[in-house]
Design a binder for this molecule. Structure first.
Ligand SMILES: NC(=O)c1ccc[n+]([C@@H]2O[C@H](COP(=O)([O-])OP(=O)(O)OC[C@H]3O[C@@H](n4cnc5c(N)ncnc54)[C@H](OP(=O)(O)O)[C@@H]3O)[C@@H](O)[C@H]2O)c1
Length: 201
């Protein structure tokens, strides 16, 4: 059975995903409320932080932490061991496709292969569910989130709306109409909103 899939993203008041300072402490404090079994992240999000990941202290895997599953059909991620040692996740899982380039022979990262050219996100979630995952949190404000939404794979959506207008950039959503059921909104003193919705299919 497919796990419950939640997605949280930080956006500006005009719906942009970058170009402003994200309140990371609040973002991760709120994200941790789901206590996800698996954090699902795209390769581009990992690559955008790779220098910081490589430089971060190696605290070692956190046994009670979620599994980090990274969609990486082009095998671009190299920082697997640093991610595993970061102290947040219990382990890492590379999500590859049939046509993913060959991995180094000494690669030790666990992998799950689905799809032909691209990772099959629905099959990934089914497999994670069969392996016992109940909650998966998608950590993306871009292509991965849009792909999951297009495939009707997201059950719950949370927006951390920062009180700033950016004026230009990439909007987090610009595809088909999506019906949402409002679950709750929290207003913080600095004007940041935490808006939660169920995705109605
Ligand atoms: N504001 C926020 O809350 C927030 C949250 C997370 C990240 N970010 C920022 O967003 C930026 C990255 O966003 P992004 O959109 O470039 O990358 P992303 O969210 O990491 O998405 C790219 C990943 O999605 C995969 N993907 C896309 N469409 C797919 C499909 N149909 N089927 C299967 N896999 C698919 C790509 O696969 P391939 O492996 O084939 O390329 C790639 O691994 C970074 O700068 C990051 O810091 C912001």
């Amino acid at each position: 059975m497919r796990p419950h899939v939640v997605a949280q993203l930080a956006v500006s008041l005009d719906g942009m995903t970058s170009g402003f300072d994200v309140d990371l402490a609040r973002f991760y404090a709120l994200a941790s409320l789901w206590q996800e079994d698996v954090t699902l992240i795209g390769a581009d999000t990992i690559l955008a932080q790779e220098a910081a990941v490589l430089a971060a202290p190696r605290r070692g895997p956190r046994a009670e932490g979620p599994l980090l599953a990274v969609v990486d059909s082009r095998a671009r991620v190299r920082s697997w061991e640093s991610l595993r040692q970061l102290g947040y996740w219990s382990d890492v899982l590379a999500l590859y496709a049939d046509q993913t380039p060959e991995r180094p022979v000494d690669a030790t990262t666990r992998e799950l292969v689905t799809g032909y050219e691209q990772v099959d996100l629905a099959e990934v979630l089914e497999t994670l569910g069969r392996r016992g995952a109940q909650t998966v949190r998608v950590d993306s404000a871009g292509a991965l989130l849009r792909a999951c939404l297009a495939l009707d794979l997201v059950d719950e959506l949370a927006l951390l709306v920062h009180p700033v207008l950016v004026g230009s950039g990439d909007p987090w959503y610009d595809t088909r109409q999506l019906a949402l059921q409002h679950v709750g909104t929290e207003v913080f003193k600095d004007g940041t909103l935490w808006m939660r919705y169920c995705v109605a299919i």
